[in-house]
Write a protein that binds this ligand. Structure first.
Ligand code: SF4
Length: 489
């Protein structure tokens, strides 16, 4: 697609909006009238006798549409940018037949924006801004408001010296076709060889972070094991890591520990027993769908029956909460198939269900092979079913985020039964306190308490560089002390 940006500097917003309608298309932005394609969009701002003229013209696969407007000569840049986005949105909806329910809102945290606006102007004004200016559908604006309130209650638990701990296990049993994470399949012998040295370094990093938190007087609120698939670890390996955390950190303030087991085929009675022994209260088992053909297609190595068996095994172990992740928009899936998967997840009775809209990043195999993924309207129907069915089954939405390249520009939402929300998800998403991360791919986020300063320290992405560059990585962690010297607790 050619996007011509003429007379203005809103290229970032215009590109993002074009991507909402064509998430996997390469967008070439030009600042002249050269170049044309089967899909060409012109966005033009120019001085006019009666003010500032804004015009959007698009030609998509033989169909054309145009919208224009004129703003007063003293209109601010933000007002011009918003109006240009509205015109572009209108043109794209007309030509594609798809009306993205988040309107022109392309940011990743709609609930955070809603919370800020509702705090400053009141809920009604915030709702009006979402629906009338950003063209968000009333359903999604209400969802953002509900989530904003739920998140606010959890954010309030955070204290000036609070922090959470993230532990990264970037290994999986095999690679899913939609995956864009840095995660090694342990089916590969070279990757498997890295696991033991990786865990040794990880234990050392946990000790180093543990020393730092004591020195700085930080208070541990939540621990989250993510990946990857932490379930690839054997029971003794899980035991060692959890013991390391108990010995290195003051856990008397710890509110919750979550282990995202991940793939159902990694669940064993021994691992569940170890998790319970260490007071892990929350786990996540994520089949993503309960359709065998889809599981096969996305590269899972387990059956639907095994997923159900794993869930029931875990359900009998006394965890406080089991989460199930499902994805809307998987290749070959219809709204009816998604409905069946969600109904199955609800029938299992877990405390949390998280619904993701499929996001196909450039590095995923599914993106390379072209997909067969659901279109925006089908994915919208799937999420509408979730929004209707989950509240009726006793779940409420409590956190949300969006990713770029999500099918239909839709959202990911965590749904919870009363009192079972995962605090870590909100702490991390809302940046209300620091998250110290251990392991390859981990990103430490240092957050100023009730302030706006957020600094990041990146660990090496890949396990081999995490192992070989471990000393430099520990040096980087000195940034944690420097941060707290600047923003005193
Ligand atoms: S389980 Fe998750 S991290 Fe692992 S390959 Fe699949 S999508 Fe990627």
């Amino acid at each position: 697609m050619i996007l011509r940006v003429l007379g203005h500097s809103f290229h970032y917003e215009c590109e993002n909006l074009c991507r909402v309608f064509f998430p996997n298309e390469k967008i070439v932005t030009r600042r002249d009238r050269e170049g044309a394609d089967a899909r060409t969009v012109d966005t033009i701002l120019a001085a006019a006798p009666d003010g500032i003229s804004l015009t959007v013209t698009a030609e998509l696969d033989g169909a054309a549409a145009q919208r224009s407007d004129c703003l007063p000569a003293d209109a601010e840049k933000d007002a011009c940018e918003l109006r240009m986005a509205q015109l572009l949105f209108d043109v794209m909806c007309t030509l594609t037949g798809y009306v993205p329910p988040w309107g022109v809102l392309t940011g990743v945290r709609p609930s955070k924006l809603m919370l800020r606006l509702a705090g400053a102007q009141g809920e009604d004004a915030a709702f009006r801004y979402f629906t009338q200016d950003l063209l968000v559908s009333p359903e999604k604006a209400r969802l953002a408001l509900t989530v904003a309130k739920a998140e606010d209650a959890i954010v309030a638990l955070s204290q000036p010296n609070s922090f959470s701990l993230y532990v990264s296990i970037p290994f999986c049993p095999s690679r899913c076709s939609y995956c864009s994470f840095v995660s090694h399949s342990i089916g590969n012998a070279n990757a498997r060889k890295l696991l033991i040295p990786y865990l040794e370094k990880l234990a050392l990093e946990l000790q180093a972070i543990g020393r730092l938190h004591r020195e700085l007087g930080l208070r541990l609120e939540s621990v989250y094991f993510g990946g990857g698939t932490p379930g690839v670890l054997e029971a003794p390996q899980l035991d060692r890591l959890l013991t390391e955390i108990e010995q290195s950190f003051d856990c008397t303030t710890l509110r919750e520990t979550t282990v995202e087991i991940g793939r159902p085929d990694t669940v064993t009675p021994e691992k569940l027993h170890v998790l319970r022994l260490h007071n892990v209260g929350r786990i996540s088992i994520n089949p993503q769908t309960y359709h065998q053909a889809t599981l096969d297609r996305i590269g899972r190595q387990h059956t639907v029956a095994e997923a159900l068996k794993a869930y029931r095994l875990a359900a009998g172990c006394g965890f406080d909460c089991i989460n199930t992740d499902l994805i809307a928009g998987l290749p070959g899936e219809t709204p009816e198939m998604f409905r069946q998967s969600l109904d199955t997840a609800i029938s299992l009775g877990g405390g949390n269900i998280t619904i993701h809209a499929l996001a196909l990043k450039r590095s995923s195999a599914l993106n390379a092979d072209g997909g067969g993924v659901a279109d925006g309207n089908a994915a919208k129907e799937m999420l509408a079913y979730a929004a209707e069915t989950l509240p009726a089954a006793g779940y409420a939405p409590y956190y949300m985020y969006r990713q770029s390249k999500c099918v239909g520009n839709l959202e990911n939402v965590g749904w919870t039964r009363p009192g079972q929300a995962c605090l870590y998800n909100v702490f991390m998403m809302e940046e209300c306190h620091t998250v110290l991360a251990a392991g390859a791919g981990g990103v430490t986020k240092l957050c100023e308490y009730r302030g706006t300063n957020v600094e990041r320290i990146y660990n090496y992405k890949y396990p081999y560089e995490y192992i070989s560059g471990f000393e430099q990585l520990l040096d980087r962690k000195n940034g944690i002390k420097q941060f707290y010297e600047t923003y005193r607790i």
